[in-house]
Every structure is written in structure tokens, then in C-alpha cells.
Ligand binder design. Structure first.
Ligand code: SPV
Ligand code: MN
Length: 654
């Protein structure tokens, strides 16, 4: 069980400010009159103490409070260009930021939870004893911001007033980080006190890149103090390591949902999007590991709400509600093209949006380029490794890519044409009817399957498996990615799983959502053909979501299998025809036949891994057993590859 406010509050210990009077005196000594005035409008004592202690620890030359006013926002942008954190590109209000060549993604090897003695953490995460973290920050973070401006921002993770929204402070020496925060989160300076009062707590994030030299990168750290809801980040700039309003605070939100709001709330690594068909809008929330098509899936919706995070809760009337804690996207640009992501492309290629590009190539005309954009590639330009030309190789004689595979774009959702702004800003959230789980699974699960019960749905989430992506430094191979949230679950996975079972089985939850597994990554090679080429295309996502939408409204039948309900060919074919695509029956057969041995091996792998962990709910093993028995019976009757027609001989359609 997690306890809050346990152990030494490192920020207060290093900063040495313990009373409002001391904080006030520090503001007078260290801040210009204008900034003092802005701080005086905040009355929450705890927030003021956090800010004072951060100033005291970081020792900047100047302090700037970003109230979210147009002038303050402009000042952040100007500072970003003046310090070189960002550079102008050819389009108005577009800039580019480069992270160091070896910091192009989350530095999971230098990311730790600060723990107290006896505190249990996920076996998959790194943790550091409180005293050690304290010593490290004392040695490296005290005085880290000398000569720099420290920026202070007040944000809300979610629409102001929403049940699951949580206010947060962002304190950073990087104008790029503050600029990104201003795009991705709602500036809540005006309402901060009231929001802290309502939510009963707030998160604090403290960051400094120091002088941002490659030689400091081994000393870079991301620390999350679960007890004091405070993050520390130093010697790095990549937003995933520094803008801890995002994944740092998401981790705290997972803790709060798991340990203090069990059965009531969830905090997930999910997109939220709606599909409007025949005058009705159906909302989906879907989990996928980083770099596995979450943004693309979200953009497929006609009523896009969010692409990365979701706070879910059960409303008074029993409906499942969701808000996006963010209001913008920090999206991977690789393979974003006019064909696959038209809405996003419009925002990126037409004047009007404010965009921060990161780690893309800037050509000689100042235009950003990235791999897979579907346009002509320039012959040369500048990217995260400096000067670049076609055919450039690195020290190891390897080709240097035009852009980093984790190159990103940061922009507000309001710039994207299918953004459902009124729904996204509604503090009541949207009503979610479908939950999806997906990963990069090249050879086992069909493109879509629907859980037979909430328990089966929880097991689909628990069983996500995915190939590594470029979103983590040094990641490789295929690994388990429970709920696609595993990198952000601080406590034991078994606690998180128990919370999932209680949430989705809650008597209060009515209607229960459909829970589905999605997989876009089956290859020809795994289905009787040749090679790594995918069986499906990005545009097929619309069909899978479209079919789920029809199923929620009871308009299609399904085929029952041990791993869930599958779609019938005759329901999919017209949906493909709507997107002008032929859907031959033999493609359906390759996608939906059960490759029993693969599935059994998958179950075995998951089971063995979960058996190594303590206190995993028994229900998980029971579901695996039930699935295994069903699959064994099918295999005995039909052999290792079972067609949908063969399954129907045993169970029939429903
Ligand atoms: C992800 O990698 O899942 C992201 C970007 O959404 S970040 O977590 O901020 O690195
Ligand atoms: Mn993410």
C-alpha cells in the first residue's frame, strides 16, 4: 500500500524553505517585482513552498512566472529562440528543437522511483532509496540553473473541474519544456487555488537541463517521488524525460487510481476518440504501447479527443466516462503522410498552427522533413546529428537516417480538424462504450477480437505483447506490455491488475464497455505467405473501429471462439467497400483463422511470467486455463490452424 507524505520531502530539505514568511522573503530577494506580483495571486501555501524551494535549490539568475497570458506565452517563445532551445523554421509559429544525439527517447536506464524502506514497486521498474536520491539531487541539482531563467507554470491535467482532473506545477529552466507544456496542457494559473482545493492535491515537476552538454548525459536522471508527488529531471531535454506533467504525473495518477480510488477510477495509456455514424457518436478509449499507432487510431475517429492518456471513472449514473489530461499531441511523425493521417498533415503543412518539431530534418529552405512523409526527400539539411546528406553514414558505417524514428511534433488538438473540442473540454468527460488493447504482434492474434466478459477483457489488457519501438533508448526485442501502461505502473503489477478487475466488474458500471483486442501488425510470413510485409494497412483501422461501433449497437453478429468473439466476413466486406478497398475472403481467412499453436505458446509465455510475480489475481490464471482448454479442443478436432467456419461448426454464430 502506498502512503503519501512519507519520508523526507527532498525538495524542502534541499531548498530549506519551511514557512510562508521564508517563501515570501525568498521571492522578494530573487524575483523581479512583476513576477512577485504574479506569485502573490496564488494563495495555496503548499504550492508557494514548492516554488520557493525549487528556486532555492536551482538558483537561477531570473524567475519568470507564465500566467498563460498572451504576453507571457510570447515571452516563453522568445526565450526559447534566444537561448537556442528552439530554432525558427520556414513556417510562421513553427520551430524546431533538437535533443542530444543520444537522448532521442525516454532514458529508462536512468529513470527511477524514489522509494522508502519497505515500499513495494513494480518488478519491471528501477527504484532508488530516498537517501540516495536525496544525495544525488543535493550533489547535482543544487545550483544547476545558475545563469538561467527558471520558468514556473500552473497547469491542469484535464478540463478544469472534471472529477479526474489534477492540477500540477511545471518548474523548469528550459523554455522549450515550458513552451511544450503550454501547448499540451491547460494553463490553470487563474484557477489554480480553486482546483487544488477541489482535487485535494497537486503534482510538482522540477526540471533543469543544466548546460545540456553530451558529457553530462550519463548523469541525467528522472526521479519520481511517489510519496511527495514530485518529479525531478536533470541534464536532459527530451520531452518524455523532462515534461513530466506527461508520463511522470501519469505514473502518480496510476498510483492514485490503484491505491486510493480502486474500483472507481483508472489512469491509462490510452487514446480517446469518437466515431459518428448515422447521427450517433460512439467513443472509444484504446491502449497501445508507445510507437504502435495510438495517434493514428485516434485520428481515424471523426471525433478525436486525445492520443496518449486517459483518466477514466464511473459516473453517478453508472456510465464509463473519460477525459484527456492533455489538450495537445506530442506525436511521432514517422510515416505520417497525407494518405494515412490527412488531418494531422493539414495542421503540419498549412500555416496557422503553432508547432514545435523535434528531431526531424530541416532542409536548406527551412522546411521540416521526416521518414515516410510521402513527399520527395531533400538531398541535404540539418538533423539531430548535425549536417545531413543523402548517403551519410556514422562512425560504424551505418546509414544516418534522415530523421530519428522517434522524431515528433507538438501541437494543440484545436489545430486538428476532427478534434471534438466541446466533448474534450467537457468536465463530465465523454461516455466510453469501447475499450481496445493493441500491440505489435506479428504472428498470433487476429486484427480484432472482443472479450466475452469483463474478466476476459482484463486478461486481453494484461496480455499485450509488443516489439520494441524507438520510444525508449536502448530497447530491443519483443516484450510483454501489460495494458500498454507497464512502463508507467509504479507499484506491483498485481495491485494494478486487481484494480482493473474491480473496476470493470463493478456493479455500478452500467453499461459495461465492450473490451476488444486489436492487432494491426500480422505479417504475410506468419500467415502462410512470405516476408515481413503487413497483411493490413493503416486505413483498415477504420473498418475495425467501424465494426466495433456496429457491435456496440447490436447490429452485427459474432463468432464465439476461446479467445473472444470474432467478426463475420459478410459484416467486414461492406465496411471495406466503404473505404474503397476490396476484401477478399482469403485475406479474411488468413487474418481470422486461429493459429492455435501460436496462441497456446503466447498463453504459456504470459502465464509463466505472471506466475513469477507475487499475488497475481487467480482469475487471470482461470481465464488462461479456460482459453487453453477451448483451444486444445479445437486443435484436436481440426488441427493447428482452425478456420472461422470450423469454429462455427462447434459454437455457431451469436
Ligand atoms: C510515449 O513514448 O509513450 C509518449 C511520449 O507518449 S513520452 O512518453 O513523453 O516519451
Ligand atoms: Mn505515450
Amino acid at each position: 500500500m502506498l502512503k503519501l507524505e512519507e519520508g523526507v520531502d527532498i525538495l524542502a530539505a534541499i531548498g530549506g524553505i519551511n514557512t510562508s514568511d521564508q517563501a515570501e522573503a525568498l521571492f522578494e530577494a530573487r524575483c523581479e517585482e512583476e513576477e512577485q506580483k504574479k506569485l502573490r495571486r496564488i494563495s495555496n501555501e503548499q504550492a508557494l513552498l514548492k516554488i520557493a524551494n525549487a528556486i532555492s535549490m536551482i538558483r537561477p539568475e531570473e524567475v519568470f512566472v507564465n500566467t498563460g497570458s498572451p504576453e507571457d506565452r510570447e515571452r516563453v517563445r522568445v526565450l526559447s529562440l534566444a537561448t537556442g532551445a528552439e530554432h525558427p523554421v520556414a513556417m510562421r509559429d513553427h520551430t524546431v528543437h533538437f535533443d542530444l544525439p543520444h537522448e532521442q527517447a525516454r532514458i529508462i536506464d536512468r529513470t527511477y522511483y524514489i522509494v522508502n524502506k519497505g515500499m513495494e514497486t513494480s518488478v519491471l521498474a528501477r527504484s532508488l532509496q530516498r537517501e540516495e536520491a536525496h544525495r544525488y539531487l543535493e550533489a547535482h541539482m543544487r545550483g544547476i540553473g545558475e545563469g538561467q531563467t527558471l520558468l514556473i507554470g500552473f497547469f491542469s491535467r484535464g478540463p478544469i473541474g472534471a472529477k479526474a482532473a489534477i492540477p500540477a506545477l511545471e518548474i523548469t529552466t528550459s523554455p522549450y519544456v515550458m513552451h511544450s507544456a503550454d501547448i499540451l496542457y491547460r494553463n490553470a494559473y487563474q484557477l489554480f487555488d480553486a482546483e487544488v482545493e477541489r482535487a485535494g492535491l497537486f503534482f510538482t515537476n522540477v526540471h533543469s537541463e543544466g548546460s545540456n552538454r553530451p558529457e553530462d548525459l550519463p548523469n541525467a536522471r528522472v526521479f519520481m517521488d511517489r510519496s511527495w508527488l514530485t518529479t525531478y529531471s536533470l541534464f536532459c531535454t527530451y520531452a518524455g524525460n523532462t515534461l513530466l506533467l506527461k508520463k511522470g504525473n501519469h505514473r502518480f495518477a496510476v498510483d492514485l487510481a490503484t491505491y486510493f480510488r480502486e474500483g472507481e477510477e483508472l489512469s491509462e495509456h490510452m487514446f480517446i476518440t469518437g466515431l459518428t455514424r448515422r447521427n450517433r457518436t460512439t467513443y472509444f478509449a484504446g491502449a497501445a504501447p508507445s510507437g504502435c499507432g495510438k495517434t493514428t487510431t485516434a485520428m481515424t475517429g471523426t471525433d478525436f479527443v486525445g492520443d496518449d492518456l486517459a483518466q477514466l471513472w464511473i459516473a453517478e449514473d453508472g456510465t464509463l466516462r473519460a477525459i484527456n489530461p492533455e489538450q495537445g499531441i506530442f506525436g511521432i511523425v514517422r510515416d505520417v503522410s497525407r494518405e494515412s493521417d490527412p488531418f494531422l498533415m493539414d495542421a503540419l503543412r498549412q500555416e496557422g498552427a503553432e508547432v514545435i518539431w523535434s528531431n526531424v530534418l530541416i532542409d536548406v529552405h527551412g522546411v521540416p522533413h521526416w521518414e515516410g512523409h510521402g513527399e520527395a526527400y531533400p538531398a541535404r539539411g540539418v538533423n539531430f546529428r548535425g549536417e545531413w546528406w543523402q548517403g551519410k553514414t556514422d562512425e560504424a558505417d551505418q546509414p544516418v537516417p534522415l530523421s530519428h524514428p522517434n522524431a515528433r511534433c507538438t501541437l494543440r488538438c484545436t489545430e486538428i480538424d476532427n478534434y471534438d473540442r466541446s466533448a474534450a473540454e467537457d468536465p463530465r468527460g465523454v461516455e466510453v462504450r469501447v475499450i481496445t488493447y493493441s500491440g505489435r504482434d506479428s504472428d498470433t492474434m487476429p486484427p480484432v477480437r472482443v472479450a466475452k466478459s469483463p474478466d476476459h477483457g482484463v486478461v486481453i489488457g494484461a496480455s499485450i505483447l509488443s516489439a520494441a519501438t524507438a520510444t525508449e533508448v536502448g530497447a530491443s526485442g519483443v516484450r510483454r506490455q501489460p495494458w500498454a501502461n507497464e512502463p508507467f505502473i509504479p507499484g506491483p503489477l498485481s495491485d494494478y491488475m486487481a484494480a482493473q478487475f474491480s473496476f470493470f466488474n463493478s456493479d455500478r458500471l452500467d453499461p459495461k464497455p465492450l473490451m476488444a483486442g486489436l492487432n494491426y501488425f500480422l505479417t504475410h510470413g506468419a500467415r502462410g505467405g512470405e516476408g515481413e510485409e503487413l497483411l493490413g494497412q493503416k486505413c483498415d483501422v477504420e473498418v475495425w473501429l467501424g465494426w466495433l461501433e456496429r457491435l456496440v449497437h447490436g447490429e452485427v453478429e459474432t463468432i464465439e471462439t476461446p479467445i473472444g468473439y470474432l467478426p463475420r466476413y459478410e459484416d467486414l466486406e461492406p465496411l471495406f467497400s466503404k473505404i474503397d478497398k476490396a476484401y477478399p475472403k482469403d485475406l479474411y481467412d488468413r487474418q481470422f483463422s486461429l493459429y492455435v499453436d501460436n496462441i497456446l505458446a503466447r498463453i504459456e509465455l504470459q502465464e509463466a511470467a505472471y506466475r513469477r510475480e507475487k499475488a497475481v489475481p487467480r482469475r487471470l490464471f482461470e481465464i488462461y486455463e479456460e482459453q487453453r482448454e477451448g483451444l486444445a479442443a479445437l486443435k484436436a478436432a481440426f488441427g493447428p490452424i482452425v478456420s472461422v467456419e470450423q469454429v462455427m461448426e462447434t459454437t455457431g454464430a451469436r
